[in-house]
Each structure stands twice: as C-alpha cells, then as structure tokens.
Design a protein around this ligand. Sequence first.
Ligand code: CA
Length: 137
Amino acid sequence: MLVSFSFALTLIASVTAAVIEVREPALLEKRQVLTVIMCKDLNLQPGSTGGCTSVTTANGGCYADLRLLSQDGGNWNDKVTSAAVASEVNDRSFSCYLFADLNCTGRSLRINFNEAIRDLRTRGFDDITTSVKCQYN
Ligand SMILES: [Ca+2]
C-alpha cells in the first residue's frame, strides 16, 4: 500500500491535472482541490496498453466528460481500470466517485479516502468511467 501511494504522489507530480471548479459561497475561502488517480491498466501502474492520469476538482465539482481529457494520451472515456484517492495531496478525508455517464450521472462507484482499487473489474466498473466527482465526506 505504501508503495502504491508513493507511486501515486510521483504520478501526481508528473501529470498535468485538469481543474474544473464549481464554487459555492460557503467554500470560497477553502478552495481545496481534490484528486483522483486513474490508470488504464491494473494495479495503478502505467502498464503496456495504458498510462495513468489524475483529475482534480473543487469540493463537489464534476469533471463532466473524460472524452475531453487531452493529457496522458487522451481518450480516457471508458478506459479506466484502476483508480485511487491520493490522500497525501489532500488535507482531510474525502471521497471520489466514478460515474458511468456524462455530467456525473448514471451508475457510480465510490472510492474512499486512502483507498486504492487495483482492479475495477472486481467492482463491476472496468472501462466504464465517463465522469468523476470528488467531495469531502
Ligand atoms: Ca461510460
């Protein structure tokens, strides 16, 4: 587990995160960004067919369309096979949700603070993710 999160930190440092902010009045002073890491292959590793990327949102913000993600090879729609919440880059507990459809709709999978899902097949969510939301619990 420690190794995977060290990897995650390295990954975050090496990718350009896309930011979509949805501001709410009560949150204007906080402005924390919340990050989920996603890879196209198993075990949160770049692998032979994929790569990894990260998506950052404001609290409750939705990254609405992974088709628009141009970083890390692009074409991230319905490609995510492993995912994790990177606790080290955030200052308190939160969760991220993978969604099957655009605009954070459709079937969803919650990834808790400090959780790494090395094989989304085990959750019935392999190659399904189209949008992502992160928020504080
Ligand atoms: Ca989808």
